[in-house]
Design a protein around this ligand. Structure first.
Ligand code: ZN
Length: 183
C-alpha cells in the first residue's frame, strides 16, 4: 500500500469527467492497488470519503466510510461506476470539507435520500438506498467523478469559511459531529 498525493483545487483532473472502469478490469492488480491506496490516503487525511480523481486517477471509483460513529469501528465501502438518483424532495445540510481544498468548509444542501447503483471491489452489483450522512458523502464523491466540487453546489458564499472561523462563528454549540463532513 502507498499514500497517494492528493490533487488540490486548480488541478485539471478535478474538473474532468472520470472514465468508467470496465467490469473485467475490477479484479486487476492496478484497480485493487488503487483502491487500497485510496483507503490509506483517506484515513491518513481523516476523510470520510475519497474519489479516484482526487488522487490523480480519472476513474469512477469512490471509497468511503459508510456509517461514521466515533465510538465504533468504521464500516467502509467501495463504489465503482456509481449512479445515483435522488429519492426525496427533502434536503439535508452539512458543512462539507474537501481533501482537495483543505482548511475550508462550506454549507451545502443535498437530497436526504438517494438510490445508488454501483459495483463493489469484487465486481458485485450493488443497489441500495443511502440516507443522511451517507447520502451526502456519496453525492459529494459522485460529484467528483463528474468534475464537480462542493462549491458548485453552494447557495450562499457567506457560508464558506476557514475551519477556525467555522468553529468560531458557524458551528453549532453542542454535538457538532454530524454537522460537518470531511470528504
Ligand atoms: Zn471532496
Amino acid at each position: 500500500m502507498a499514500l497517494r498525493k492528493v490533487a488540490v483545487l486548480g488541478h485539471p483532473v478535478l474538473r474532468k469527467v472520470a472514465e468508467k472502469v470496465p467490469e473485467s478490469e475490477i479484479p486487476s492488480e492496478k484497480i485493487q492497488t488503487l483502491i487500497r491506496d485510496m483507503f490509506e490516503t483517506m484515513f491518513e487525511y481523516q476523510g470520510r470519503g475519497l474519489a479516484a480523481p482526487q488522487v490523480h486517477e480519472s476513474l469512477q471509483i469512490v471509497v468511503m466510510i459508510w456509517d461514521f460513529d466515533p465510538k465504533k469501528e468504521p464500516t467502509s465501502c467501495v463504489l465503482i461506476n456509481p449512479a445515483i438518483k435522488p429519492l426525496s424532495e427533502e434536503k439535508s445540510s452539512y458543512w462539507e470539507g474537501c481533501l482537495s481544498f483543505p482548511g475550508l468548509r462550506g454549507k451545502v444542501s443535498r437530497p436526504t435520500r438517494v438510490l445508488v447503483h454501483a459495483f463493489n471491489e469484487k465486481g458485485e452489483a450493488l443497489k441500495f438506498i443511502a440516507e443522511g450522512f451517507a447520502a451526502t458523502v456519496i453525492q459529494h464523491e459522485c460529484d467528483h467523478l463528474m468534475g464537480k466540487l462542493y462549491i458548485d453546489r453552494m447557495a450562499d458564499f457567506n457560508e464558506l469559511a476557514f475551519n477556525l472561523e467555522y468553529e468560531r462563528y458557524h458551528a453549532p454549540s453542542e454535538d457538532s459531529t454530524h454537522e460537518k463532513i470531511d470528504v
